[in-house]
Design a protein around this ligand. Sequence first.
Ligand code: NAP
Length: 313
Amino acid sequence: MADAKNTIADTEKIYDLLILGAGPAGLTAAIYGCRANLSVLVFEQMQAGGEIASTDRLDNYPGFPEGVGGAEFGQLLEQQARRFGAEIRSAGIKEVSPAGDLQKVLTTQGLFYGRTVIVATGTIPGVLGVPGEEKLRGKGISFCATCDGFFFRGKKVAVIGGGDAALQEALFLTRFAEEIVLIHRRDEFRAVPYLQEQVFKQPRIKILWDTVVKGFNGEQQLEAIAVENVKDAQTAVLPVDGAFLYIGRMPNTTFIKGVETDGQGYIITSAEMETSLPGIFAAGDVRRKFLRQVITAAADGAIAATMAVRYLS
Ligand code: NAP
């Protein structure tokens, strides 16, 4: 990587605040940062709104009594951040490191410097690590029902997991799939009661309790899932056209070294979103916290940006 001094000369400007991730945490931070007169640049690898943009509906965010589409909510957040002057660039983050008093952020679109950084990169989907999973990813195995559900019209699919995401997306898939097998490793769901009630009412969702996935079968395309009952060790092979994995998520932090994290890799922050590195804040799902929801992500973003303002002054 080039020397910090040389590269600063090459960059157009040094930003007061670089925000990594344009989900609810990052874009709320952008709104607050811009309104405090900071120059703000936001990086996003996928689409504005982050993870929520690939969710069918957001039903528990206050102020939307009928709920709001995830993609629409993401666009509204983006519009609001841009209205106050935030720049948003499509780029992935490769590395964050200190450069004197500044922070250096290497992205897929080049090198950028900021006086402060807010890490709001959220999480990435967890994987099972079973045979066939890697090979058939994108060939019947998906992590996004909203993106891929359409391809399974009239077909049989499996959804793996028992949390809010698995149940919400299984319900979404009833719009397309003929049959949905919800495979969960225990005999009760972790998801909120509201989602459980909807799932139990839905005749096209069949539940396989106490069942784990042992492997995914198929050469060019997923054809079946090998499963095992954890109570009686009975095995079976379920023919399916698609499988959607919602077994929890992992923090997206591989680009930052030296920051204090918990045992699972979530960034540890103070209540004011300070990380263990000066000038670097974290907000949203990427940090260790009690409740990972859009509303708490937005609140984190507001606090992180306010702290960035304080840090700069
Ligand atoms: P989650 O709540 O961590 O649930 C993960 C599910 O996958 C659990 O049921 C877990 O089983 C299962 N699981 C984990 N590892 C597994 C493995 N190796 N094999 C088989 N099953 C495995 O994750 P999530 O559903 O993605 O939700 C993440 C966060 O986003 C949560 O805070 C959730 O509330 C939030 N969220 C909210 C909404 C909403 O409010 N509508 C929607 C989506 C997500 P166990 O239960 O046995 O541990």
